[in-house]
Design a protein around this ligand. Structure first.
Ligand SMILES: [Zn+2]
Length: 252
């Protein structure tokens, strides 16, 4: 069984054929997909979408790109959404100092508030950090809350070690199929009991589907590549990852 811990099933790209996308994922062997929300409107849509199939779960949050537009009520709405069924975490949250679509100070403010809520609910966080690992880890350390995953990991070896020592899980996306020696080295240094995989669909389509829209069924290519790099049996990898997903997100 394959698990995709980070996808955006609410995106426009799936408006016409989401049920087919989910069927294809099942045919590929996927039986757990966590779809993440990027703002309140998206999270409300997400709440309905995850009712479509038993393999779907949700994480609700506010993406750093949206931080400039966040209003006081939005945080309260996220708070309410966390009580919904099949919402097993808070995300996508974090900091993005690469694109800087929102002011850094607003990103920091929103991230801090959402980490606080995650801690209050004792829920795992689906965290986006880009060119902001130092600042992100600083906020997490100040919050003294370390339950979560660094999605689509793009940090260096030092950040990897620190995040793992703090207790975080590390997730790799289709980028791992692009042949980056640097990323492959990081993957090899990630303990198996802290490893997670994701598509980040509809983005970051893995080889051999590059250029197409991504979808959760394509996680099979990511599993295959990771099993080659780590030189472990696919079945063993699947078992380990599933255990990690269920442990972190408390899914039976
Ligand atoms: Zn994402």
């Amino acid at each position: 069984m394959l698990c995709d811990i980070h996808a955006h099933l609410t995106e426009e790209e799936y408006q016409k054929d989401l049920s087919l996308v989910i069927e294809r994922a099942k045919e590929a062997g996927v039986n757990l997909i966590i779809s993440v929300g990027i703002d309140v409107k998206d999270c409300k849509k997400l709440k309905e979408i995850i009712k479509m199939d038993e393999i779907l779960y949700g994480n609700v949050g506010i993406h750093p790109h949206e931080a400039d537009r966040v209003k006081e009520e939005d945080i309260k709405e996220i708070y309410q959404l966390l009580k919904e069924e099949k919402i097993c975490g808070i995300g996508e949250i974090g900091l993005d100092f690469y694109k800087n679509y929102s002011e850094r100070e607003n990103q920091i403010k929103v991230f801090k508030e959402l980490v606080k809520i995650a801690k209050e609910f004792n829920l795992p966080m689906n965290i986006h950090l880009r060119e902001s690992h130092r600042e992100g880890l600083k906020i997490l350390k100040e919050s003294n809350y370390f339950k979560g995953v660094l999605h689509c990991f793009s940090g260096n070896e030092e950040i990897l070690k620190e995040a793992i020592d703090l207790g975080f899980y590390i997730s790799y996306s289709g980028v791992i199929t692009f042949g980056s020696q640097r990323l492959e080295r990081l993957l090899k240094k990630t303990p198996l009991d802290k490893l997670l995989l994701e598509t980040d669909a509809p983005y970051l389509t893995p080889t051999p589907k590059r250029g197409e829209r991504n979808e959760p069924g394509y996680i099979k290519y990511i599993y295959q590549k990771v099993s080659e790099i780590l030189q472990i049996e696919l079945a063993e990898l699947e078992k380990k990852i599933e255990e990690n997903v269920r442990r972190l997100f408390a899914i039976n």
